[in-house]
Design a protein around this ligand. Sequence first.
Ligand code: NIG
Ligand code: FE
Length: 413
Amino acid sequence: MSRQLFRNARIYTPVDEGRPRAGKAQGALANFPRGAMLIEDDLIVAIGNEPEVLASIRKTRKIQEVDCAGRCLIPGFVDPHTHMCFTNLREAEFAMRLDGTPYLEILRQGGGILSSVQAIVTASDDELYHKTLERVTKAMQFGTTTLEIKSGYGLDTENELKMLRIIDRVANNSPADVVPTFLGAHAVPVTYRSDPDRFIDMVIKEMLPAVCLQGVARFCDVFCEQGVFSLAESRRLLEAAKAMGLGLKIHADEVNDLGGAGLAAELGACSADHLLAASDHNIMAMAAAGVIAVLLPATAYSLRKPYARARFMIEQGLPVALATDCNPGSSFTESMQFVFGLAVLNMQMSPAEALTGTTLNAAYSIGMAGRTGSLDKGKQADFLLLDGETPAILAYHAGVSSVASVYKKGMKI
Ligand code: NIG
Ligand code: FE
């Protein structure tokens, strides 16, 4: 058994009390100004003020000591919403958006998500695997130790399964924990344009059973948006997915308020994501139903839209998680540090709230809080050392990485 003692660290972590942290609790952290953490193999066995941790250690077995030199030590980031499995970049579309073409208009013209679909269909498994793994590796360098990856650039059974197979291969070959989500209803394929309902029929009758049979997804997601899938179509799909045992997620009210947040509440979804245009009423319904809000400030930034109303949500008692949304269209970043900075500076979240949002609440939103998301005894030793004294360094020192080292399951990456 390997034992490592990290001492002389400024430790900041949310504490896991068995549910996502909401309201005032979102911004309440445990803090050990001169802290220590003891790890055995991949797990945290003691954490707290240094003298107390030292006193609790039985010195009978060999122990490797790491002097953190006063660095800030926080949980590894959990990125609970990504579309990292893709091949082609879409720089020409970025230029179109800069010139004023709206994101949904590009999709309507057959670009956007649909152009990523064409690239997936023609890519070899190895190409897709290597590109996805590269992005996961980059995310890890920036401090992400657990992440979700969605399918959704296949849009037919064969190619959705291809994506999920590759996501699984990445999961098996990366130190990161990877949670797969099935997003077969990400856009209406050109051949179904006149009848999106028929596409949803196909997703329910053909794709979902195949995905469940192969056990390659934990969640089902849908893009509920004007010109994509209506509220009724989204409901039909999510109800079917729930009946087949998948957890539910929804791209809700990203551009227009279709009521996706309310649907998430009604169906008891694990999370509703985006929520830039979500109504007060539906935000309150989410809070009452225990749905987690996954906010994606890098998407608002890239689409140049008003940010989701994080302050209002926190005041309503809605637990807020944060994610990159990493994708080649609306948010091309692997960096949770960037997301942290946007949350603090543009969504008025405190650094403590943003830390809970990028770690514990994010872990809850993908069903991973049992293992990670906080530095509680018994959880995996997934953590970061920062070049700074407090988590605020992540927002304060902008545009560069403040992550000095990344540890996943006790191993330095
Ligand atoms: O979350 N909104 C839908 N899906 C992604 C964008 C995917 C893409 O443009 O390729 C999002 O923003
Ligand atoms: Fe997304």
